[in-house]
Structures are given as structure tokens and as C-alpha cells.
Design a protein around this ligand. Structure first.
Ligand SMILES: Cc1cc2nc3c(=O)[nH]c(=O)nc-3n(C[C@H](O)[C@H](O)[C@H](O)COP(=O)(O)OP(=O)(O)OC[C@H]3O[C@@H](n4cnc5c(N)ncnc54)[C@H](O)[C@@H]3O)c2cc1C
Length: 409
């Protein structure tokens, strides 16, 4: 902890660093739930790209019903819902084996299992909602270059969009700067890391048959793949593909070669795959911060836990974290406790431990088991899928946790 006195130009009760989906959702929750607190949001990127820009990112996020409830409280769900495709059913299968299970909306107490929304729509909607909040001070295009933890708060060193250097002091700093958080590292916070030696290949695919609202998780010898239903585009049927493949594979396969491989591995449930959108590749690791809270500091989103994407959990888990953090801070405010007190932040973390542990371990174990070609593991996983088909209560529990409808804290 540094006790030097850096000249401070501004003070906020809470400063959120990072204007990704998590940082912005949290900033909105804070201004809506803590109207008397001053909140700042600092983001290094300029204003988000609009959907008409070149390089339009058509990556999508599967949003659980629990997240819908939070986004509705933020006032952004009506806009997102207009662009959302519903998930009525999830099918999990193992290529070349009999193991298969599924879960559909009729079995779930909440009805629809979730929704799929394009990331640019989420990003832009959250951005607009933030700009409408007078109570939220935004520093767009501003990078936090260092953090000094002092008595009474943390001082943020800012490189602003205008090229000036400024300092902001905050009673609580939320670090939501993404995976491999540089700022957490500068505080000496380390990460547990599991390298999956896999790369996620992400693209939209067009197919000849409608998806009927079905999301697929299919485990193949070429790696697990997820296909999430998207709304039709100019009457063409689309799904979002996340295919996790060995990092040893070259990334320059032609679109035709990839479509052919996909057809072979996935089969013909969606008819013929006939076009592929812009492709992106993400090397995959599980990264878990060894400390999520310190006096005046809390890590949130990918900086706290970066999960394998095939289960589609990162954003949903982070929204549940954000919701419980804001509830805990509201209680602290009622008890006249400072937001940055370690007691308060540890109370938040203890409420989140079980859900974080379950979500992280379920998706990690799921990937480990389903990427293994070891004969015993293959037999066990096929047995487990069969068992789930036979035991609806087990199936319901499994899918509800997988769909981010587990414990909330
Ligand atoms: C292929 C893929 C598919 C996924 N699918 C799903 C899904 O279906 N469902 C789901 O729930 N999750 C999914 N996820 C996970 C989800 O995308 C992430 O959990 C979520 O985007 C995390 O956002 P974030 O705000 O924590 O981080 P980021 O999006 O990385 O945002 C970090 C922000 O911090 C800013 N920043 C960084 N450093 C600084 C600094 N020093 N100063 C100021 N600003 C800074 C950056 O500019 C950026 O805006 C998926 C992930 C991947 C990779």
C-alpha cells in the first residue's frame, strides 16, 4: 500500500474500470440502486462501433433468464429482446456414440431457456443507456495506467482521450478490464491458469433448415462445438458457431474446408451448411484470480474469472456477481459502512463463492470429460448422458446450472 499523496483532481464513491459488457452493466446497476453514490466509468476504448461499421462483430452471447431479470431492471431488456432469438431447447450429444440428452422449455419452470443476442447490440444498448445516466461520470477513451491504494481509497492514474494525465480517487475501485487483467497484476494479484491447448473458432453459419430455437452442444473428435440459434437474416437461417479445436491446427483453413468439416462432425440436423461469416479465433484458458477482493478493490467479469466459452457462462455469471455486489453495497450504505471496507467486500465474495465454484467447475469438468477420447471416460460420459435422460430431476438440475439459473447468492 502506498501512502504517498498523488494530487487528486476528482473523487468518486465508486469507480468502474472497463466499459465491456460487464463494466457497463455494473455501472448501470450502481447508479440505479445507489442514487446517492457518485459513480465513474472509465473505458480505454472509444465509443463502440455501430452495426454499420466494417468489421461488424457478429459474435453473440447466450443470455439466461436470470440475466434477463437483471437486464430488465437496468431498463435495457426491451431493446435487447427485440433483437433476441429464443432458445426453446438444448441438445447435448457425443458424435459417433449413443449418448444424447436434451432439455426443453416445457420442462423448465421459467419457460424459455434463454436468449441469443449479438454482442454489438448488447454493447451499443448498454453504451446508450450509460450515456443517458446523468449520475454516471464517463471517461471514454481513457486508460487507467496505475492504481495506488491509499488510506480512504484508491487513486487511479488516467491517460485521457484528450491526451491529459489526471488522477481520480475512489472509495471502491471495480476492476473490470477483461481477461489477463493488467491492473490486477500491477497490484500483485496472480491467476490460477489452466491452458486448454484449444482455440475457439467463432463465426456465424447459414444453414438450409430452420433451427426451431434449438441450441446444440456437440462433442466431436475435432473438439466440442456449440451452435446457438440466431434470428433469420434476409430469410436465411443462421446459427452462431463456437467450435473449440486443438491449438495445433492451422487457422487458415478455407471457409469451404471448415463448412465441410462442420457438416461431417455435426450432421444434417440443420440441413446443409452453406455459408460462413467472418471468422475469429480465441486461444482458450481457464483463468481464476487468486484474490477477487482487497480493501478498496474488487475484480469483476473476465478479470475475476475467464471461463471456457462453449458453455456460454462468462457474462451470465458476471451479471449475477454484479447484482450481489450492488445488493451488498446497498446494505453497507444503510449501515453507514464504507463501500471499500474489506468486511463489506468479503461479505459480497462469501455470497458468491458457491455459484462461482459450481459454474466454473461444471463447465471445466464438462469440457475435460467431453474432450477426452479416453475409452473409460467416453463410456462414462455416454452413461451420464443416458442417466440424465432417465432422470428428469438430474437433467433439470444440470441444465439449469448450465443455463446460468443456478444459485444467485
Ligand atoms: C467466443 C466466446 C463466446 C462467449 N459466449 C458467451 C455466452 O454465450 N454467454 C455468456 O454468458 N458469456 C459468453 N462469453 C463470455 C463473455 O463474452 C465475457 O464473459 C464478457 O464479454 C466479459 O466481459 P468483460 O466486460 O469482463 O471484459 P471485456 O469485454 O474484455 O471488457 C474489458 C473492457 O475494459 C477496457 N479496459 C481494459 N484495460 C483498461 C484500462 N487499463 N483502463 C480502462 N479500460 C480498460 C477494455 O477497453 C474493454 O472495454 C463468451 C466468450 C467468448 C470468448
Amino acid at each position: 500500500m502506498s501512502e504517498n499523496t498523488t494530487p487528486v483532481q476528482a473523487f468518486s464513491d465508486i469507480a468502474v474500470i472497463g466499459g465491456g459488457m460487464v463494466g457497463r452493466s455494473l455501472a448501470l446497476l450502481l447508479v440505479k440502486s445507489l442514487p446517492s453514490a457518485s459513480v465513474s466509468l472509465i473505458d480505454a476504448t472509444p465509443a463502440p462501433a455501430t452495426p454499420d461499421d466494417e468489421g461488424f462483430d457478429r459474435r453473440v452471447t447466450a443470455i439466461s433468464q436470470g440475466s434477463v431479470a437483471i437486464l430488465a431492471r437496468l431498463g435495457v431488456w426491451p431493446q435487447l429482446e427485440r433483437a433476441a432469438a429464443s432458445i426453446h431447447e438444448v441438445q447435448v450429444s457425443d458424435r459417433g456414440h449413443s449418448g444424447w440428452t436434451h432439455y426443453d422449455a416445457q420442462e423448465d419452470p421459467l419457460g424459455e431457456l434463454g436468449f441469443v443476442v449479438e454482442n454489438t447490440v448488447i454493447g451499443e444498448t448498454l453504451y446508450r443507456a450509460c450515456t443517458e445516466q446523468d449520475a454516471l461520470r464517463q471517461w471514454q477513451g481513457t486508460k487507467v495506467t496505475a492504481l495506488d491504494i491509499q488510506e480512504g481509497g484508491a487513486v487511479l492514474h488516467l491517460d485521457t482521450a484528450g491526451g491529459t494525465r489526471e488522477h481520480l480517487k475512489a472509495g471502491l475501485v471495480v476492476i473490470a478490464d477483461g481477461a489477463q487483467s493488467e491492473l490486477a497484476r500491477t497490484l500483485g494479484i496472480g491467476f490460477e491458469r489452466h491452458d486448454y491447448r484449444q482455440t475457439a473458432w467463432v463465426a456465424n453459419v447459414q444453414h438450409s433448415e430452420p433451427h426451431q430455437g434449438c441450441a446444440y452442444e456437440r462433442f466431436t473428435e475435432a473438439g466440442p462445438l456449440a451452435l446457438l440459434p440466431m434470428n433469420d437474416f434476409e430469410r436465411r437461417h443462421r446459427s452462431a458457431l463456437v467450435w473449440t479445436r486443438s491449438s495445433d491446427l492451422p487457422l487458415d483453413d478455407s471457409d469451404d474446408a471448415l463448412l465441410e468439416a462442420l457438416q461431417t462432425q455435426f450432421g444434417w440436423r440443420l440441413g446443409q451448411f452453406n455459408a460462413l461469416g467472418k471468422r475469429s479465433h480465441y486461444p482458450l484458458s481457464l483463468l481464476l484470480a487468486r484474490e477477487q477482493v482487497r480493501r478498496h478493490v474488487v475484480l469483476m467479469g473476465n478479470s475475476a474469472h475467464f471461463l471456457h466459452p462453449v458453455a456460454g457462462q462468462g457474462f451470465n455469471l458476471a451479471l449475477r456477481d454484479a447484482d450481489v455486489l450492488v445488493q451488498t453495497l446497498s446494505q453497507a450504505a444503510q449501515n453507514a459502512q464504507p463501500f471499500g471496507s474489506l468486511d463489506v467486500l468479503e461479505r459480497y465474495l462469501s455470497r458468491r463463492k458457491t455459484d462461482q465454484w459450481l459454474t466454473t467447475n461444471l463447465s471445466h469438468t464438462f469440457i475435460q470429460w467431453f474432450t477426452s477420447e479416453h475409452t473409460a471416460r467416453r463410456a462414462t460420459r455416454n452413461g451420464a448422458l443416458g442417466l440424465m435422460n432417465a432422470l428428469p430431476s438430474l437433467r433439470r438440475r444440470f441444465f439449469r446450472q448450465m443455463m446460468g439459473q443456478g444459485q444467485h447468492g
